[in-house]
Structures are given as C-alpha cells and as structure tokens.
Design a protein around this ligand. Structure first.
Ligand code: SF4
Length: 203
C-alpha cells in the first residue's frame, strides 16, 4: 500500500513526515490504531519535500488554509522536509502549524528553533508538570533530560516570535494539569488542554 504523506480531517490538511518518535507516550494514538480517520499512517519510506507537496497537490484544495505538520511520528525527525515544506506552503499563502513533542533541538544537538521560522504556530506537547512525571507518561528515550529540553525548545520558539502554545491531554488528571498551568504561567506560554481521542477519529 502506498504511503500516506498527507491526510484530511475536518477539511484541514495534515502532513505526515515520519513515523519516528523518541517518545512512547501512554496515550499515543499509535497504541490504538494504525492511522487517523481511516487513513493508514505508518510509512515504508520517509518522504522528501517533493513527495509531500505532490501528495498535497493531489488532495487540494482544502477548506482550511492552515496546514498541520503532525504525526504519525515526530515531524522534526524529518527536519529537512519539514523546513522545505513550511517554506513552500508559506510561499503559496498557507499558514502552518507544527505539532511537536519539543525534542527536536535535543535530538539534533543544536537549537533548531531558528530553522522553523516559516512555521506560524508551534504547538508543543508538555505532557506533565515535572521531569519525573513527563518521563513516566512519555517513556522518553532521553529520560529525565527530555522535559527541560521541551521547555527550552518552547521558550526558544516564543523568543523568535512564533506563536507558541503548550498542550496537554486531559487524561493526565487535574493535579497534573494544574501544575502545567502554573508552569505555563511563569513562562508566559498559553496552555491548551486537549480531549483524549481514543478512537483515532474512526467515526
Ligand atoms: S510524542 Fe507524540 S507521536 Fe511520540 S509517542 Fe508521544 S504522542 Fe506518540
């Protein structure tokens, strides 16, 4: 079966650059299915930007002019395609959002925020209010180093003027959500509490 680099959900285009991720979150949709809304998203081959834009053009037009770099893995794991696609989409008049685990700079060994400035909104999964709880929830390959790296990545994106938001899923519980809210308040970065989707949008 052909790889799906772009899928459509509620009239919005989502770009699937990779299925790699250095976390293994307890609530990841990859635990409960093989795709989203009936579109399989595991990949045989990671795409180049040209593959992605060809898939994008094959499915366009879209009702929403915002395009989302999202799963099935962590988009910054395919950084070259991410940067090129973001620039191409911007040149075509689209807005873009990156849904990220925030580990891109730690994975690359350098601050990559300056390479992402063609992206309008960076939505960073905070997942928890402390390094220990983050590790328990995400099983990150980076252990306790992951959480501070996520926070630093978000701060760097905000400092570069990108619209930066944190997200958590509601399944982490009210106490943890309140810790996240307190942390976000100190950082001046908004927090969005997302509803956990258990059915991979198979409606
Ligand atoms: S960071 Fe995202 S893609 Fe990676 S395991 Fe967690 S929820 Fe899944």
């Amino acid at each position: 079966m052909a790889d799906n680099y772009v899928y459509v959900l509620d009239g919005k285009a989502y770009i699937n650059l990779t299925d790699k991720c250095r976390n293994a979150c307890t609530f990841c949709i990859r635990n409960t299915g093989d795709g989203v809304a009936g579109t399989p998203l595991w990949l045989d081959n990671e795409p180049a930007s040209t593959d992605v834009m060809a898939a994008f053009d094959a499915l366009a037009p879209f009702a929403d002019k915002e395009v989302v770099f999202c799963g099935y893995g962590e988009p910054t794991e395919n950084l070259a395609a991410l940067k090129t696609c973001a620039a191409e989409l911007k040149a075509r008049g689209y807005r873009s959002r990156l849904n990220t685990n925030g580990l891109g700079s730690l994975a690359a060994g350098r601050d990559i925020s300056g390479e992402l400035t063609d992206i309008d909104t960076v939505s960073v999964s905070l997942n928890a209010g402390s390094a220990q709880r983050y590790y328990e929830v995400t099983n990150s390959a980076y252990g306790l180093d992951a959480f501070p790296a996520v926070v630093e990545f978000a701060k760097a994106c905000k400092a570069r003027g990108m619209n930066t938001v944190f997200t958590v899923v509601d399944v982490i519980g009210d106490d943890e959500i309140n810790k996240c809210k307190a942390l976000c308040a100190t950082l001046g970065i908004p927090l969005r509490v997302r509803t956990y989707i258990a059915d991979n949008y198979e409606r």
